[in-house]
Design a protein around this ligand. Structure first.
Ligand SMILES: *[C@@H]1O[C@H](CO)[C@@H](O)[C@H](O)[C@H]1NC(C)=O
Ligand SMILES: *[C@@H]1O[C@H](CO)[C@@H](O)[C@H](O)[C@H]1NC(C)=O
Ligand SMILES: *[C@@H]1O[C@H](CO)[C@@H](O)[C@H](O)[C@H]1NC(C)=O
Ligand SMILES: [Zn+2]
Length: 285
């Protein structure tokens, strides 16, 4: 069956991701967390439509890292995972950084989110594969919330800033994709598994941040990627890049002060993805 085949392909690409370190985008945990948080907030009709688009037995959270696994098969997609901004400006402009010099013809995160939001229209005869559109959109809404995915072109969003993460070699970009989350899961007094990590974020959404959720969701269209990107570069300057240079040793202090930012960005991505999918997918009867 078509669906079964797709599921196997996804599973295979998926094991490949686990084997190779991921250079762009939240790692497996971050993307899975975002999509699970989103899924739990879907309305019934949106959830039903989502399940129809997923491969048989496919779990939404586990499929959200998919876009990272097809970067080589779909070469055109590799530039869609990030936005490059001019060094030290700490601002984002679509015209300057995506349509113009920094990105080519809108081939960046904002262009991609607009592209796949438009494609995922259940009222029209699909021009493209809707399963792929759903998985790309869900992945890119995640990526655009990783502060260093709207980062300086000069250091490739922190990829060329070599640091130590506790006693291991890493890059600043990787610290934000993966290391902070893994450390939160793996050791210390608050160690938890992925479910626990997601739970802690959901508790904050319903508690500490409950009053902010409406503001996160505010958007005239299904998605507002320009807003998310502007927040990301601001957070990149205030938290990710701050006090860090090649050779820095990042440990307890950096971890404790940045983990809440990682949790916040994952929360915002999950809430916003849910509200986008609720609008986009609930149209079919
Ligand atoms: C949609 O995309 C998936 C994933 O790339 C693929 O396996 C599947 O065959 C495609 N479906 C159609 C109808 O082309
Ligand atoms: C839009 O989606 C199509 C189909 O996946 C792809 O070929 C094209 O490169 C995408 N463009 C952008 C800017 O995302
Ligand atoms: C662990 O949890 C406690 C209580 O919730 C909190 O005060 C503390 O800052 C947390 N530590 C880390 C490293 O997140
Ligand atoms: Zn990515």
């Amino acid at each position: 069956m078509e669906n079964r085949k797709l599921f196997h392909i996804l599973l295979i690409s998926f094991s490949l991701t686990l084997a190779t370190p991921c250079a762009h985008g939240w790692g497996f945990e971050g993307h899975t967390a975002i999509c699970r948080i989103a899924q739990a907030r879907l309305t019934k009709p949106a959830l039903a439509a989502l399940e129809k688009l997923l491969p048989l037995n496919g779990e939404f959270g586990a499929l959200c890292p998919w876009a990272d696994t097809v970067k080589f098969r779909y070469r055109w997609s590799s530039s869609l995972h990030f936005i490059n901004t001019p060094e030290r400006l700490c601002s984002y402009s679509y015209a300057r950084d995506c349509k113009g010099r920094g990105g080519v013809n809108g081939n960046c995160l904002e262009g991609a989110i607009n592209n796949y939001t438009t494609q995922l229209n259940l009222k029209k005869t699909p021009q493209y594969n809707l399963t792929e559109a759903l998985l790309f959109l869900s992945h890119f809404v995640g990526d655009i919330h990783q502060p260093l995915h709207t980062g300086f072109a000069s250091d490739k969003g922190g990829n060329t800033i070599k640091v130590r993460w506790f006693n291991r070699a890493s890059e600043l970009h990787h610290v934000w994709d993966t290391d902070i989350i893994k450390t939160a899961q793996g050791k210390g007094a608050n160690a938890t598994n992925l479910d626990g990590f997601i739970n802690q974020i959901q508790q904050k959404i319903n508690g500490l941040w409950a009053k902010q959720v409406r503001g996160w969701e505010a958007c005239k269209t299904a998605t507002c990627p320009n807003v998310y990107a502007a927040e990301s570069i601001k957070a990149a300057c205030e938290w990710a890049y701050k006090g860090v240079q090649t050779g820095s040793v990042l440990a307890d202090d950096y971890f404790k002060t940045r983990l809440p930012i990682v949790q916040l960005r994952i929360a915002q991505a999950g809430v916003r993805l849910a509200s986008a999918l609720n609008r986009i997918l609930a149209v079919a009867g």
